[in-house]
Design a protein around this ligand. Structure first.
Ligand code: SF4
Length: 251
């Protein structure tokens, strides 16, 4: 190994991780096969840093692993008690902000939020439930858009804009008033050019964008995260350019 290569490493929980200039902590960790919990990050997508689930401590500062650049000899802590507790608190806030009833949700077992919560050991609520009144948009022939489960990760926004060459989705408003909107004067998904061929149709990490014809075709108990933890199988879909219908659902 050359001196240059030897310098391009940092430590993650004591393990040396190689990186190339420009990689984030998350990029380098995933490339090395080390899982850092995340929701709004997806390989092939521009970093977003909104969910904060990937919080790590880098040289004594809390940062988002998906946006913080890797640096030589940086000391990163991820699987330590106080960082784990921070992550659980972030997850508990995400659950409290929406209407998540996992046992009755079509996405259960395929949902990254649920899977990450299990991975992080989030077993109970902590914050008062907000029970927001949100709409279910059933105007599209192939998809249901259920705002109750949206976590505003903007993966569909980025997929539609950056991979599909459309701008079907956007987030409007600020703070607690933020919400996902669609590009149609009526505000209805069915009045957009959203299609099952879109990458945006296959990136939702929760049950906010649901295919009508999937439902419980694969029974709960045999779904992606029912059979393997998220730390092993990763996101719902890792390649944003996978064509329609190719989103992996384990038999
Ligand atoms: S979207 Fe995920 S976290 Fe929310 S209710 Fe469905 S399975 Fe549970």
């Amino acid at each position: 190994m050359s001196n240059e290569q030897q310098r391009s490493t940092f430590t993650l929980d004591g393990r040396r991780i190689a990186f190339t200039p420009g990689q984030t902590i998350m990029d380098a960790a995933l490339a090395a096969g080390v899982y850092i919990p995340h929701l709004c990050h997806k390989p092939g997508f521009a970093p977003h840093g909104s969910c904060r689930v990937c919080v790590v401590r880098a040289d004594d500062r809390e940062v988002s692993a998906c946006t913080a650049p890797a640096a030589t000899d940086m000391r990163v802590e991820s699987e330590v008690a106080d960082i784990r507790a921070l992550r659980v608190a972030v997850l508990q806030m995400l659950f409290a902000e929406g209407n998540h009833v996992c046992p009755a949700c079509e996405a259960s077992g395929n949902c990254t939020l649920q899977a990450v919560a299990y991975h992080c050991g989030m077993l109970t609520p902590r914050f008062p439930q907000r029970f927001p009144r949100r709409a279910v948009d059933a105007s599209h022939p192939d998809f249901i858009l259920d705002h109750n489960r949206c976590i505003l990760c903007e993966l569909c926004v980025r997929a539609s804009r950056d991979h599909d060459g459309k701008r079907v989705f956007a987030v409007s408003g600020r703070g607690i008033a933020s919400k996902l909107i669609v590009d149609a004067p009526s505000g209805r998904l069915g009045d957009t050019d959203f299609s099952a061929d879109d990458a945006a149709a296959h990136v939702c990490p929760v049950g906010a964008i649901l295919r009508r014809d999937e439902a419980f075709r694969v029974p709960i108990g045999r779904r992606r995260f029912d059979v393997a933890p998220v730390s092993r199988v990763g996101d719902v879909q890792t390649d944003p350019d996978v064509p329609a219908g190719a989103a992996e659902v384990l038999p």
